[in-house]
Design a binder for this molecule. Structure first.
Ligand SMILES: C[S@@+](CC[C@H](N)C(=O)[O-])C[C@H]1O[C@@H](n2cnc3c(N)ncnc32)[C@H](O)[C@@H]1O
Length: 288
């Protein structure tokens, strides 16, 4: 028998959520599209699946799902098929018009939609995916947003916060937990990747203004780009072989790359957050 959803202060099980007095954040553009977040979802399955399997309450929040709820619907389907059938996803949007528009897609208690912001509408999820949400905020607001969400996670929970292009071909994200940011992942659809330097345009808000000399993220992207070009001889064996070779070269150059080739060949490169932490809190400050 699958575990029952918790009833405690959990109106999601009833298919509705009380609107919080004042959701934290601001309404931004709602651009989204089907399959845009497939790459991060696959990574969540592989890298956060155990966390979700171990959670007492498999509640996941899709924060800022946008103009249509399609990526929340997809997230629920992927997690239910590959991690836990009893997973529940709540799409939270700060824009009430988008909450109303999502209502026909609700399937409580498996999938619900509600108004909410960084305070998570009072929920205590095991996992939060917030994609293309902070992009339109100021860089100075990122740390507070991360902390606000992380403080509301269930024990052992995590936030995956990132950015991708319109079709989800390239993107990057930060895994944040109660202890702060843990890892940065760069991701690309290898069959259409021209140059890893393109990832610089789709860095998470915390790093997007840091792709400048003197910053570690700049060094990392350059190292990956150089390694990709040096691995051009592997191109006839396919872009996955080439990417694996490039990631191996980055690791051999001293970057503490996580995982193994099976993981890398999906087009991922994950490093501990401290190796890319911005050099200063002010991107315009002089560097020593
Ligand atoms: C560009 S859309 C992203 C849609 C979807 N996540 C995707 O990646 O395709 C950003 C959405 O985040 C919402 N948003 C912005 N700040 C928010 C916050 N603090 N809490 C909840 N939603 C927020 C906006 O209203 C907007 O609909």
């Amino acid at each position: 028998m699958s575990p029952q959803p918790r009833a405690v202060s959990d109106p999601v099980s009833a298919g509705r959520l009380a609107a919080p007095a004042r959701p934290l954040g601001v309404v931004t553009r709602g651009t989204t599209s089907p399959n845009r977040l497939r790459r991060v979802d696959n990574w969540i399955v592989a890298s956060c699946g155990d966390r979700l399997r171990a959670s007492v309450d498999p509640l996941v929040v899709d924060l800022g799902y946008g103009a249509t709820p399609v990526t929340a619907v997809e997230l629920r389907a992927r997690l239910a098929a590959r991690v836990r059938r009893d997973v529940r996803v709540v799409g939270l949007e700060i824009d009430p018009v988008r909450v109303a528009a999502a209502a026909p897609a609700a399937d409580p208690p498996r999938l619900a939609f509600a108004r909410g912001g960084f305070e998570l509408a009072g929920l205590r999820p095991a996992l939060v995916r917030a994609f293309n949400v902070l992009r339109q905020y100021d860089e100075s607001e990122v740390a507070d947003a991360w902390r606000t969400v992380a403080d509301r996670l269930a024990p052992g929970g995590a936030l995956v916060e990132g950015t991708c292009d319109e079709l989800g071909r390239i993107g990057s994200w930060v895994l944040v937990d109660a202890g702060g940011p843990r890892t940065l992942t760069l991701a690309a659809r290898l069959s259409s990747l021209e140059s890893p330097a393109d990832l610089a345009e789709r860095l998470p808000k915390a790093l997007i203004h840091r792709n400048v000399p003197g910053e570690r993220i700049h060094d990392l992207i350059r190292a990956l780009d150089d390694a990709w070009r040096a691995a051009a001889g592997y191109a006839p064996f396919g872009p996955r072989q080439r990417w694996v070779q490039a990631v191996r070269a980055v690791r051999d150059a001293g970057w503490p790359v996580h995982g193994r080739p099976q993981h890398w060949r999906q087009g991922y490169l994950t490093v501990p957050w401290p190796v890319v932490t911005p050099a200063s809190t002010d991107p315009h400050a002089p560097r020593g």
